[in-house]
Design a protein around this ligand. Structure first.
Ligand code: ASP
Length: 352
């Protein structure tokens, strides 16, 4: 499938400034965790808890917060959880979902249409576009062109990023920080350890930055990665500026015993140009039941999934899944609740 030059999207990182939420989500593109502050996250946590309660306890399927509104999914990269949880979220809220009938590869993208035009075409039909694209800055580019479109059409479409290449995955970070809050009832004072491919993993970039945006107090973030897969310096600097204590190590045992939240990640095979480099590093950090045995009894084990060998064999998966500290299925389910809250807020839903 043809896709545009990386620099084409990347230049929008400086050309377009995403709107700050500042307590009001209505009509705003959601493309970076940098839009959020502590109060915004608290509002989103409250809305998520309220929606979850309403959906699971009272009137399941009877939420009408986005009735009459349309969400389009535009996924240029593979997805299971982000795609399906957004679709489920929109439907549970009473809204509708559209997508290219045979996937984006058989839309006009196949004919060479660029992102700017495709996204505006979709913006003519849908109120919200969930975009996943391999290029860093692609959701910034989409937001820029949708803003231009707004003066020409009747809708005021917004884009929500479902992941920009190795850049950011803001809604994953929102569901991740919510899950930490859900289990630990706070973000302040925690010891949080991110492990694995911190170089290419967009979820860890976004989560680390979001912890800083939350301005968590007395919180330590440990980055555990081999030399070749370290967290970008810019992210580490950002945390330090916000007074988050940062520790970098390539030995999990240095930090595991004091960790409240273990966030495990996959080595992002698709981001390596040389398969030999991937092979050399893919087995460096493997979470197995004997490794988890060294963690605190009240720690939680998170993972954005999908998982491959970084959680051992399928038998290891089964054993880890049965450990009460493994919360990644709850994390996954929270993804839908958080995205419901976000869609309701962005589309101007009422009571949440
Ligand atoms: N699902 C996550 C993402 O899209 C994590 C991963 O793929 O490893 O970034």
């Amino acid at each position: 499938m043809p896709h545009q030059d990386l620099r084409q999207s990347e230049r929008f990182l400086t050309q377009y400034t995403p709107p700050k939420i500042d307590g009001d989500f209505t009509g705003k593109h959601i493309i970076s965790v940098e839009q959020f502050g502590r109060r915004d996250l608290q509002i989103l946590f409250d809305a998520t808890i309220s929606i979850r309660k309403r959906l699971t306890q009272h009137d399941r399927g009877l939420l009408h917060l986005t009735a009459g509104r349309l969400m389009a999914t535009l996924f240029y990269e593979a997805s299971t959880r982000t795609d399906l949880s957004f679709q489920a979220a929109m439907r549970h809220l009473g809204g509708e979902v559209v997508a290219a009938s045979n996937g984006v590869q058989f839309s006009s993208i196949y004919k060479g249409e660029n992102l700017a035009d495709t996204v505006r075409a979709v913006g003519c039909y849908a109120d919200v576009i969930v975009l996943r694209h391999p290029d860093v800055g692609s959701s910034y580019e989409a937001a820029y062109y949708l803003d231009l479109l707004r003066s020409q059409v009747s809708r005021q479409p917004v884009v929500i990023s479902g992941g920009d290449g190795v850049g950011e995955h803001p809604t994953q970070a929102l569901l991740d920080i919510f899950t930490i809050f859900d289990f630990k009832h706070q973000i302040d004072g925690l010891n949080i350890t991110l492990v694995g491919d911190l170089k290419h993993g967009r979820t860890v970039h976004s989560l680390a930055k979001l912890i800083a945006r939350y301005e968590a107090q007395d919180t330590t973030v440990n980055f555990v990665a081999p030399d070749a897969l370290q967290m970008p310096r810019s992210v580490i600097e950002f945390l330090r500026q916000k007074n988050i204590a940062v520790r970098e190590t390539d030995d999990l045992q240095d930090v595991l015993g004091e960790t409240d939240v273990i966030y495990w990640t996959r080595v992002q095979e698709e981001r390596f140009e040389d398969p030999a480099e991937y092979d050399a590093i893919k087995d460096r950090f493997i979470m197995t039941p004997p490794v988890l045995a060294h963690a605190r009894p009240d720690a939680i084990l998170m993972h954005p999934l999908p998982r491959k060998n970084e959680m051992g064999t399928p038998a290891d998966h089964d054993e880890l899944d049965a450990d009460p500290r493994a919360v990644y299925f709850r994390q996954m389910e929270n993804g839908m609740f958080v995205r419901m809250a976000l869609l309701a807020k962005v589309l101007g839903g009422l009571w949440v």
